[in-house]
Design a binder for this molecule. Structure first.
Ligand code: NDP
Ligand code: GDR
Length: 371
């Protein structure tokens, strides 16, 4: 039985990857951070009580800033495959906490690689690094592929650029099976609530149910190549099953704007929107309502506004990936479209909003967390 170790197992990708590997028959180990509240919501459904007989899923307390802890866990687990998904993954937050972001995202990757080498596992343990389309930043070529030059535009992207190169360096220096997946944005109902797609689907659902009145966003013109996390974790595993380690771009090769994603999400909740005004004055108002999900809004309501506090000091305006290499060498193609993903995300957030609305209707106080 193969053993896999996942950093970032409590995150969006970590949770889907853990499910995927358990289904493939792996023994799966995950590193979770200590938090003052439970932070395992995304993996609670696959949690196994360590008192059970023959558990297949194990959690270890740890942190990418702590080398001795990482070395001990890797030594205990002796993994065949390591998936380094742990990161301070929010681009906007990386401008607020650049040093911490570098410590976790850049140095954390080095700590993992060095622990594998130090323990003499460099010929046994295969290593996957969660690289990112943010490396392309100010794009030098469209669409972006494996050979496109990088131009990172945030402390997050610069830290991930170090991680990208140190992974290649360990591959070339020590013959490690180590590779980078250069993944474009991927989302799901499990996406963190402060990334733009989930912020939109969650707010639209809450507004439709009368729990919120307005969604404030930053740059609506930005274009992204959005795929589904389930498709992308499958590719993370495929990359570690080849004869030789290589780096791959993973994307859908279709891009839409933030504004289009708002319109699409609202439509899913039965709300037709019209955008009016320009720049920081741009807003969206309701022009029609269909079905029963949007009882909390009326025609004419303004439910989306621009707030400059969500602008970034340096923006990545457009990203569009070319996954030809992944298709030709690994036979990988994304199966879920952005439209299907949006339908799933809005349905999931509407379900939660309806439960909250019901509680509110029965007199319970319901607080909606926001950033
Ligand atoms: P999430 O933000 O959902 O998950 C990040 C995970 O990293 C969480 O489990 C988090 O723990 C953990 N983590 C954060 N800081 C530390 C630390 N100091 N030590 C150990 N673990 C830590 O990200 P995603 O699942 O979306 O992304 C997975 C990886 O892929 C990340 O590295 C991200 O940068 C990268 N990536 C993501 C893309 C995307 O579109 N989703 C695209 C390209 C790359 P906790 O739950 O406690 O916060
Ligand atoms: P990104 O994702 O920065 O691409 O990084 P995010 O969803 O945060 O932003 C996408 C684009 O939307 C614009 N935007 C807003 N973003 C947020 N979060 N909140 C807003 O209110 C808002 N309004 C407009 C942003 O400016 C940006 O251009 C994600 C992360 O998962 C990274 O870890 C990963 O490496 C990349 O995707 C690929």
């Amino acid at each position: 039985m193969k053993k896999a170790l996942i950093t970032g197992v409590t995150g969006q990708d970590g949770s889907y990857l853990a499910e995927f590997l358990l289904e493939k028959g792996y023994e799966v180990h995950g590193i979770k951070r200590r938090a003052s509240l439970f932070n395992t919501e995304r993996i609670d459904h696959i949690y196994e009580d360590p008192h059970n007989e023959n558990p297949k899923f194990f959690l270890h307390y740890g942190d990418l800033t702590d080398s001795s802890n990482l070395t001990r866990i890797i030594s205990e687990v002796q993994p065949d495959e390591v998936y380094n998904l742990g990161a301070q993954s929010h681009v906007a937050v990386s401008f607020e906490a650049p040093e911490y972001t570098a410590d976790v995202d850049a140095m954390g990757t080095l700590r993992m690689l060095e622990a594998i080498r130090f323990l003499g596992l460099e010929k046994k343990t295969r290593f996957y690094q969660a690289s990112t389309s943010e490396l392309y930043g100010l794009v030098q070529e469209t669409p972006q592929k494996e050979t496109t030059p990088f131009y990172p535009r945030s402390p997050y992207a610069v830290a991930k650029m170090y991680a990208y190169w140190i992974t290649i360096n360990y591959r070339e220096s020590y013959g490690m099976y180590a590779c980078n997946g250069i993944l474009f944005n991927h989302e799901s109902p499990r996406r963190g609530e402060t990334f733009v797609t989930r912020k939109i689907t969650r707010a639209i659902a809450n507004i439709a149910q009368g729990l919120e009145s307005c969604l404030f966003l930053g740059n609506l013109d930005v274009l992204r190549d959005w795929g589904h996390a389930k498709d992308y974790v499958r590719m993370q595993w495929m990359m570690l099953q080849q004869e030789n380690p290589e780096d791959f771009v993973i994307a859908t090769s279709k891009q839409i704007s933030v504004r289009e994603f708002v319109t699409m999400s609202a439509k899913e909740a039965g709300i037709t929107l019209e955008f009016i005004g320009e720049g920081v004055k741009e807003q969206a108002r309701v022009t029609a309502i269909e079905g029963n999900d949007a009882s909390g809004v009326q025609v004419g309501d303004v439910i989306v506004k621009v707030d400059p506090r969500y602008f970034r000091p340096a923006e990545v305006e457009t990203l569009l990936g070319d996954p030809t290499k992944a298709k030709e060498k690994l036979g990988w193609v994304p199966e879920i479209t952005v439209e299907e993903m949006c339908t799933e995300m809005v349905a999931s957030d509407l379900d939660k909003a309806k439960r909250h609305a019901l509680l509110k209707h029965h007199g319970y106080s319901v607080a909606v967390a926001k950033e």
